[in-house]
Design a protein around this ligand. Structure first.
Ligand SMILES: Nc1ncnc2c1ncn2[C@@H]1O[C@H](COP(=O)(O)OP(=O)(O)O)[C@@H](O)[C@H]1O
Ligand SMILES: [Mg+2]
Length: 376
């Protein structure tokens, strides 16, 4: 789920399995013996890091997995989760560092379990994915080179998914999905969460500009399937040594396909830029390196490039408005949500104050410098 925020949480019943229950499920559903289990961070779902005991029957299987337990709402849409599983496997076969999907004892990719918590029965879909190595980008010093690689990966992922076929692909047409970048105007419904201050004003201005300058151009953008949430906790990296002996970070994991939907190439690059800006000391510079990496695989058209600035601003608004909304619903998470949001508001304000032309100049000039190097 998008970093620092979550989607419409009102109707979600987050699973609350204990470690012992989760461990028993891994054993009964997947036939694997657990030696250690720890909760992983998650907002709407429940994730556990599971260590598997090797037995003679499971000697070839994974040693570490992630048990993903979907919330009740998501569990009502098994088609969507099935497509997500198939995408993860398709990308892995194509060479991406995505997890493998472990099969149940009945040889299925997921299993629906029902629990009675005293006030009624709830159903949750269970999946077991292999654990990927590395640390989140959010906890790593990010160099221009890594930003370029992340941009390149985002483009390769979308391009590779052009040849993904599945009978239930229609489930990725999630028209009013709040996190699809075309849906920035839907944020108007959540504005009350912002109160009356400068933050609200800036969001209102972005939405108006977005309607005028982006919504009117949507039909000119090339469509594709978007991962839709390449945030700094959904990309794992690990060091590898370069020829000069310095540590160079490489992407070791792409996680969390829960926000996938039909979108556009330019959405993916905008989303990636926004999340990589969050932790950066030079946030305005970030976009140029990501864009250069993205365009080394999928060059943007002039009309797509002209929308990039407002798309990045729009993504900031989606993340910040939904974080404020989550805060209203879950005041207990306020401290965590507000820390992330504080940096976000600062970056959005800075981008907005600089204006489209000045920000584009920085981005496009950086991207041009990579092109010049490539053609040398
Ligand atoms: N397959 C995996 N390998 C390693 N770590 C994982 C894996 N899946 C999830 N995690 C860890 O758990 C966190 C939350 O999982 P994620 O799938 O991103 O769920 P959410 O939708 O709650 O963001 C990730 O940021 C990562 O740290
Ligand atoms: Mg995530």
């Amino acid at each position: 789920m998008a970093s620092g925020a979550n989607q419409q949480t009102q109707a979600l019943a987050k699973p609350d399995f204990t470690e012992a229950q989760a461990s028993a499920l891994v054993e009964s559903v997947f036939g694997l013996k657990v030696s250690k289990i720890q909760p992983l961070p998650s907002y709407d779902d429940q994730n556990f890091h599971v260590h598997i005991s090797r037995t003679k029957d499971t000697a070839d299987g994974p040693a570490e997995c992630v048990l993903k337990i979907s919330n009740t709402e998501a569990s009502k849409n098994p088609d969507l989760i099935e497509v997500q599983n198939c995408v993860i496997m398709f990308l892995k076969a194509a060479g991406f560092p995505t997890a493998s999907v472990c099969h149940t004892k009945e040889d299925n990719m997921m299993s629906l379990v029902s629990v009675d918590n005293g006030s009624g029965t709830r159903s949750h879909l269970l999946r077991l994915l292999t654990f990927l190595p590395g640390s989140p980008v959010a906890q790593t010093p990010v160099s221009p080179r890594l930003l370029y690689e992340i941009g390149r990966l985002a483009a390769k992922l979308d391009k590779t998914l052009e040849s993904f076929h599945h009978p239930k692909l229609q489930s990725l047409h999630r028209d009013s999905f709040i996190w699809n970048l075309k849906n920035v105007p839907l944020l108007e419904k959540y504005m009350d969460a912002l109160g009356q201050n400068g933050n609200r004003e800036i969001v209102e201005q972005v939405i108006q500009l977005f309607k005028k300058e982006v919504v009117t151009k949507l039909s000119h953008f090339r469509e594709c399937i978007n991962h839709g949430d390449l945030n700094d906790y959904n990309i794992l990296v690990q060091p590898s040594e370069s020829a000069s002996g310095d540590a160079v970070y490489q992407v070791s994991g792409v996680l969390d396909f829960g926000d996938m939907s039909y979108g556009c190439y330019v959405f993916e690059v905008a989303i990636t830029i926004m999340y990589m800006m969050i932790e950066s000391k030079n946030p305005i510079q970030v976009g140029g390196h990501i864009l250069a990496g993205f365009e080394s695989v999928v060059p943007l058209t002039a009309v797509e490039r002209s929308a990039l600035y407002l798309l990045v601003c729009g993504r900031f608004c989606q993340s910040l408005v939904m974080a404020a909304y989550s805060c209203q619903l879950h005041p207990e998470n306020r401290e965590y949500l507000m820390i992330t949001a504080k940096t976000g508001w600062k970056h959005l304000q800075q981008m907005f104050d600089m204006g489209q032309k000045a920000v584009e100049e920085v981005w496009f000039e950086t991207a041009r410098s990579y092109e010049a190097r490539r053609s040398m």
